[in-house]
Design a protein around this ligand. Structure first.
Ligand code: FMN
Length: 143
């Protein structure tokens, strides 16, 4: 029984390289034992996080609850949740989407302005945007 969950949130303060590295380190240490895979994206200019989690329903639900209570971000907003037959991010305990390689045209494709603002997008559109982010921006950091 697998599920996929996508949420967006706003970083509480500026997240520097070390801040992002700490989140990824914790994720990569914790997620394999509970069967969570996924990818995390931070748009540094807008301070918006976008994270996709996949795994068993209980494990995803537990982790989402923990993440939502983390003071490093706020405004945690569920964008998409679905039962799935198979994982898309099975090779990443938590991949990092490399926003430096992002083409702004992709953001314009789905948004009113070329900024990452998933709070204004539907669940289906934000999922489509995330899929394209991953396909075009590339994932860095091994899981
Ligand atoms: C944007 C964001 C994404 C996170 N993603 C994960 C994750 O995928 N896995 C994880 O274990 N913790 C993640 N965390 C950290 C958790 O919120 C929490 O700090 C951590 O799980 C607590 O672990 P501990 O009880 O072992 O200290 C994330 C935090 C933030 C701010």
């Amino acid at each position: 029984m697998l599920v996929r969950l996508l949420y967006a949130s706003r970083a509480t303060g500026a997240v520097d390289h070390d801040g992002m590295a700490a989140i990824l380190k914790k994720s990569r240490a914790h997620n394999p034992a509970v069967g969570i895979t996924g990818a995390l994206c931070l748009c540094a200019s807008s301070g918006v996080f976008l994270q996709l989690l996949e795994g068993g329903r209980g494990a995803v639900s537990d982790l989402y609850g923990r993440i939502a209570a983390d003071p490093r971000h706020h405004g945690v907003t569920l964008l998409h949740y679905a039962e799935i037959g198979e994982r898309r991010f099975g090779m990443w305990s938590m991949g990092q989407v490399n926003m430096a390689r992002l083409n702004p045209v992709l953001l314009l494709k789905y948004s009113e302005t070329p900024t990452l603002d998933p709070f204004t997008l539907s669940g289906a559109t934000s999922m489509a945007l995330f899929d394209e982010l991953v396909a075009t921006a590339s994932i860095v950091g091994q899981g």
